[in-house]
Design a protein around this ligand. Sequence first.
Ligand code: FAD
Length: 485
Amino acid sequence: MIAFLLSLLTGVSAAASAAGTSACSNITSQLGSSKVTSNKYSLDYVGSTEYWNTIQDDYKPSCIVYPKNAQDVSTALQAIRAADSRFAIKAGGHNPNTYYSSVDKGVLLDLSSMTERSYDPDTTLATYQPGGVFGDIYDYYVQYNRTVVGARLAGVGTGLALGGGMSYLSPQYGMACDSFRELEIVLPSGEIVTASEKSNPDLFFASRGGGGNAYGVVTKYTVQSRPIGQLYAGNIIYLFSQKDDVISAIGDFIKYNTDPKAAIIGTYEKLPTPDLNLNIDEAIIMFLVYDGENPGDAFKNFTSIPSLLNTMSLKTYPEVVDMPIPMSTELSRGSNMFRVGVHRADNGSYENALDVWRNWAESNKGKYVLLSLDFQPVPKSLTDASKAQGGNAMQMPDGPWFWLNYLITTPPGMSEPDYNAVQASYRDMVASVDNADDLPLFINDANHDQNPLQTFSAFSKLQEIKKKYDPDNFFADKTGGWSFA
Ligand SMILES: Cc1cc2nc3c(=O)[nH]c(=O)nc-3n(C[C@H](O)[C@H](O)[C@H](O)COP(=O)(O)OP(=O)(O)OC[C@H]3O[C@@H](n4cnc5c(N)ncnc54)[C@H](O)[C@@H]3O)c2cc1C
């Protein structure tokens, strides 16, 4: 029986491998060998198979394709379809869910060579291809004293905007996807189309925060750019003994801040080192950003709490997205997984989540190398800005409310049963903190099993759009991604 099952599995794996190889040779003959590599020892191949969740670094795609434009993507998708191969679309590679932007024995479409960018001073629209990380894109637009709404860390890729995209500028301008004005998209059929309010508006709606790798491959983003100058910003680091004061300052900020130029992330961090009462195994790091030189009293509740370190000062935008230290995205690579929660700003909701998380952290030492719990406010100014630009796939109810991001980094080399057990335990801990049932879970911070699309009030509309643009389930069956079931 075991031999039979093994032969079945080996057969499936051999078929997957053959399909990948067939797709790759077809793509190479059409695009040329300069845009495709199958050499597992080449620098390109090794670089392309590095992920923020390093569990995926072991996957071995049959080849990696580096398209330069929409036509290349279309050619590749049609060859993948003809060969019945699996595939993945990778921008920055930060989605920690396996097989979302990674693939084993299939075709990896690595968008990193698509780095054309331009700015139209007459319309103030910015157009960029999906290659490179947001830090590169911000650096490009600084020459015009403009920026785009994107990641809060320089190293994150452009797939962020397809999952909504929370920026330090979001309280002013909405989510990153709210600034979309026109997208060039290669559909699962290989057809190249434009999506905007006027052209394929349903596809445009779904692409604004309804997730990547579902409706097609976005090959060009045209977005409303935003003015940017000096910002008053920095990190404040506190001992954990200040946790109650900091949590009530976070709660007050979520509930009462009305200045859309002020943005925060509150992060509680836990290392698994023995406590020894030295206070070295946990800390609180606030990220405070004001889009302007004078924050007034916006951060007074935070600056008045005694802290270990305060780096608040005037900064450029590229400096702000390098907080707390440059390369922090790259340095935090590891066996990482996210989970998300969503809550109204009711009294007690912050404290409860923090207590549950900390109790789990205390009783599971040794099973993680890093835990963090991040508070991300969604103010009314953000949801108003979203609505004013047509609204996104989340159809965000009026703020204030907040998302919680739960990160767990497990130790390298953990056995599979131990890994599965700790992930299940972390999942149960997060699930024990009740979510608000009328608010959307944030795709960008969600675990695959949280099915975030199902929490969107527009879910059935998204299901119809998915069916229309992926009618024979090519993407649904052949690449990873959120469930539409
Ligand atoms: C260190 C760190 C910091 C973060 N900070 C923020 C933040 O400030 N704000 C925020 O909102 N989120 C943040 N996130 C979450 C982040 O938005 C998600 O991880 C997002 O998936 C990253 O996009 P990516 O391009 O780097 O990843 P990828 O894994 O390459 O892409 C994400 C998903 O989109 C798909 N995709 C990517 N590009 C395309 C395309 N052009 N067409 C179709 N599908 C595509 C991929 O297949 C994948 O499923 C952060 C994540 C990390 C790890």
